[in-house]
Write a protein that binds this ligand. Structure first.
Ligand SMILES: Cc1cc2nc3c(=O)[nH]c(=O)nc-3n(C[C@H](O)[C@H](O)[C@H](O)COP(=O)(O)OP(=O)(O)OC[C@H]3O[C@@H](n4cnc5c(N)ncnc54)[C@H](O)[C@@H]3O)c2cc1C
Length: 370
């Protein structure tokens, strides 16, 4: 029995680990073009600590969880998936990989950033050591502006980490946030917005709300305010966090996690993580929390599929949300949305969540409890 997992992020890895436990006699193959599992929830911290700390070699994980790693980036568009499901073969550059069951867990792609020099986006930051970026900013003469476009959770986490890293490096840059929304983090209680705005003010970061990014040029960016007036902002360096899109498309699944093609599920092709949207009431959305739970759910579903039993329905609930705001600060909720924690306690909870994931990768699984 060959089980192929495409993508070794949070969803793919948690699926492989659960498969090793539930179905040790199967042959498990991870297909991922990279050499490392990236602990992406800490990616912004690479501005202070470098990238190596957040990368775990697939070679180590493959040994620990008994799977084979093939480095490849197969095509996964709608037609390629239909073809793979029909032939039970995944085409990669150096041949086909036969599978009995396949799990697509390739995450999401960041929306593109402007191509001008001086701009970076999430795709760049996944690859580079952020400390060099900070050193380059610290070496710039005068008091140059650095602009972060996009005040979602990722943009804010980067902004506060950047602020910390620049102060630590003695840089004299000024920071600004450009965001199109009426308020920050609209999906969360308004207390999140209020706390973040207070911290932005205290840190001397300019916050331009209801301000739409229009275009980039060599000297900065063109913006448009809610009243329709446009303006040019000079900015030496810029970071764009404009959200995510499918990789290459968002995969709709039934409540068991089987990928749907024209509303009909493939029996042997599942999806998990940021690239998937499950039918039903279970937790969707681009988060590691959902990705780990979907990955584990799919492993349980595959066990049932093989035993020809009814597939389980995914029903994970959101347990909480924490936003990191630099060293020793943050905001979040746990259990109930009104139970908001800020500052050092929030920072501590987030550290505990990260430690839990690190323990999980090391083989100590506390996700079975919650
Ligand atoms: C800075 C930052 C902070 C975050 N903080 C949090 C947080 O605090 N809490 C939280 O819950 N979430 C957080 N998130 C979101 C979280 O990281 C993602 O939701 C999570 O990584 C999704 O897991 P995934 O397995 O779906 O995809 P990913 O972790 O993105 O992994 C996808 C994998 O697929 C591989 N891949 C891509 N394309 C292909 C292909 N064609 N073929 C084969 N392999 C492919 C990639 O190499 C990668 O290994 C954060 C994200 C960022 C960027």
């Amino acid at each position: 029995m060959n089980i192929v997992v495409v993508g070794g992020g949070y969803a793919g890895m948690s699926c492989l680990m659960e498969l090793a436990r539930r179905l040790p006699d199967t042959r498990r193959i991870l297909v991922d073009p990279g050499r490392y599992h990236l602990q992406q929830t800490r990616l912004h911290e690479a501005l202070n600590h470098g990238l190596a700390r957040y990368r775990i070699p697939f070679a180590d994980l493959a040994q620990r969880y008994d799977f084979v790693h093939r480095r490849a980036r197969p095509r996964l568009g709608p037609q390629a998936l239909v073809e793979a499901a029909r032939r039970r073969r995944l085409s990669v550059a150096d041949g086909d990989i036969r599978f009995d069951v396949m799990v697509v867990a390739v995450g999401a792609r960041p929306r593109p950033r402007p191509r001008q020099p001086g701009w970076l986006g999430l795709a760049d930051l996944r690859q580079r050591d952020g400390r060099r970026y900070i050193q380059a900013l610290a070496a710039m003469p005068g008091r140059p502006w650095v602009t972060v476009v996009g005040g979602g959770a990722t943009g804010l986490q980067y902004l506060f980490e950047l602020n910390d890293a620049l102060r630590r490096a003695g840089a004299r840059c000024r920071l600004r946030l450009v965001d199109g929304g009426e308020r920050l983090l609209p999906g969360l209680p308004v207390a999140f917005h209020d706390y973040v705005v207070r911290r932005l003010r205290q840190s001397g970061i300019d916050y331009l709300r209801q301000t739409r990014f229009v275009d980039a040029d060599a000297r900065g960016l063109q913006i448009e305010r809610a009243d329709g007036r446009s303006r040019h902002l000079s900015s030496a360096r810029n970071l764009m966090f404009a959200g995510l899109r499918g990789n290459p498309t968002m995969l709709q699944t039934n409540a068991a996690g089987q990928v749907l093609a024209d509303a009909v599920p493939f029996e042997r092709v599942f999806a998990a993580g940021d690239c998937s949207h499950y039918a039903g009431r279970g937790l969707n959305g681009a988060s590691a929390q959902a990705a780990v739970r979907k990955g584990r759910h799919v492993a349980a579903a595959i066990e049932r599929l093989i035993a020809r039993r009814r597939l389980p329905v995914y029903g994970a609930r959101e347990l909480g949300f924490f936003l990191s705001m630099g060293t020793f600060d943050g905001i979040g909720w746990m259990g109930i949305r009104r139970g908001i924690v800020t500052g050092l306690p929030a920072f501590a909870v987030r550290e505990a969540i990260e430690a839990r994931y690190e323990l999980f990768l090391a083989g100590i699984d506390t996700y079975q409890v919650l």
